[in-house]
Design a protein around this ligand. Structure first.
Ligand code: HEC
Length: 190
């Protein structure tokens, strides 16, 4: 009996002393746990990024469908003040046609100060030889990207492959030069 009790007591003491210490030590370096956590975060961020990309892709597709099928841009007016195959600058084509939907047309004619929700500008970009190189689009979408004028950007190739879409940084960076004109370069809105 006595020996049993002693063994028990000894065991209890040993366990009480060493077990938490071992756990604490394991807690401290946790190489595996941290790796898992790190990976989890990276995966989480990756998934968030993928989610955002998917959302922007959906936005791009729906804008593309809108300007090709629902309200074909080729039937719109040219941007006031521009002519067919006007000469353009880099990075857009040497020659361009710039179309505006009714809302954008009205805002430009009335010098509304900014584009209203739903205004769209489509620019066909041609090479100097007159070959269509790309189509670039801006759509004003209320609440879409308040940090950069609430504009949905879209660029697609002549075979309708989407090359840029959504809150596209390169578009925003350069067009920020016209921030006071609601990111529109060609027509004064004021
Ligand atoms: C390095 C500067 C630069 C970048 C990058 C750029 N743009 Fe432009 N954009 C211009 C300039 C300058 C004009 C005026 C037309 C011209 O001179 O070519 C313009 C005009 C436009 C227009 C006609 C409406 C307006 O603002 O006058 C659209 C639409 C447009 N860009 C869309 C885009 C999209 C979409 C992207 C990104 C894929 C983009 N742009 C990237 C400089 C840029």
């Amino acid at each position: 009996m006595k020996t049993h009790f002693l063994t028990l007591a000894l065991c209890a003491t040993l366990c009480a002393t060493f077990l938490p210490a071992t756990l604490n030590a394991a807690d401290k370096d946790l190489p595996y746990g941290q790796m898992m956590q790190g990976q989890g975060m990276m995966q989480g961020q990756g998934m968030m990024q993928q989610g955002q990309d998917a959302m922007q892709a959906a936005d791009g597709m729906s804008l593309l469908r809108h300007i090709l099928k629902t309200d074909p841009y080729v039937k719109w007016d040219l941007m006031p003040g521009t002519t067919r195959m006007r000469q353009g600058k880099e990075p857009h084509g040497a020659l361009q046609n710039v179309y505006v939907n009714k809302l954008a047309y009205k805002a430009i004619m009335e010098k509304a100060g900014a584009l209203p929700d739903g205004a769209i500008i489509v620019k066909e970009n041609y090479t100097a030889a007159g070959k269509l190189a790309a189509v670039t689009v801006m759509q004003k979408k209320k609440g879409y990207n308040p940090a950069a004028g609430d504009i949905l950007w879209l660029k697609y190739s002549p075979d309708k492959k989407i090359l840029a879409q959504g809150k596209a940084d390169p578009c925003i960076k350069c067009h920020t030069a016209a921030k006071d004109n609601d990111y529109v370069m060609l027509a004064p809105l004021k």
